[in-house]
Design a protein around this ligand. Structure first.
Ligand code: G6P
Ligand code: MG
Length: 210
């Protein structure tokens, strides 16, 4: 193994609550039922695919134009909420583990469906930290498609077999498996049958890799 490709939301940082608040505000305005359980289904899923999941409960249909306006409305609120994030939101455990893996000689990359990846990394003080960033802005197919991870491996000039993917979403483990990567899964991702290394804590990566 020569590199580690990290998912962002739910692995490096915790933006779930901001996604939830922003989607909830939109759903409330449209009179659509939405709760934390439905929010869990949005993990790793692109913005437009997330909107489609929310609209499953809608009593009317919407045009593509309306859907795009809804997604922009949610994102504007989400980006506003992200302004609350600071380097203090990067846990000591994540910071220390990332530094240990880098000191161990691994290349470190991000593989996230989020189009806000660079904004979030800069809020966390990690704007220049990673060797490669593959995100929602350079892919056409969202997880469980492996595209985002394959692009990250390509940016690192490494084959998938030499990269470990770290994920918190089942869709992410499925994507890693489809791309020929081994994976470490945290939380619900650890339960996926294709997860190579189920882990409890981010720092467990050191036990696997060092
Ligand atoms: C990550 C999150 C998803 C989110 C997606 C797109 O994968 O886990 O919940 O929907 O990114 O995020 P974006 O910031 O582009 O709306
Ligand atoms: Mg995630």
């Amino acid at each position: 193994m020569k590199a580690v490709i990290f998912d962002l939301d739910g692995v490096i940082c915790f933006t779930d609550k901001y996604h939830y608040q922003a989607w909830k505000a939109l759903a409330d305005r449209l009179g659509i039922y939405f709760d934390e359980q439905i929010n869990n289904r949005l993990r790793g899923v692109s913005r437009m695919a997330s909107l489609e999941i929310i609209l499953e409960r809608a009593t009317q249909t919407y045009s593509q134009e309306e859907k795009e306006a809804f997604a922009s409305e949610k994102n504007a609120l989400y980006v506003e909420l992200l302004q609350q994030m600071s380097p203090a939101d990067l846990s000591d455990e994540v910071r220390e583990t990332l530094n240990a893996l880098r000191a161990g000689g691994y290349k470190l990359a991000i593989g996230s469906s989020s189009k806000n990846t660079k904004l979030i990394l800069s809020r966390l003080g990690l704007g220049d930290f990673f060797d490669a960033i593959s995100d929602g802005t350079n892919i056409t197919r969202s997880k469980p498609d492996p595209e985002v991870f394959l692009k990250a491996a390509e940016m690192l000039s490494l084959p998938p077999e030499e990269c470990l993917v770290v994920e918190d979403a089942k869709a992410g483990i499925q994507a890693a498996f489809a791309g020929g990567f081994s994976s470490a899964g945290i939380g619900e991702a650890a339960e996926h049958p294709n997860c190579t290394y189920p882990i409890k804590h981010f720092s467990d990566l050191k036990k696997i890799l060092l």
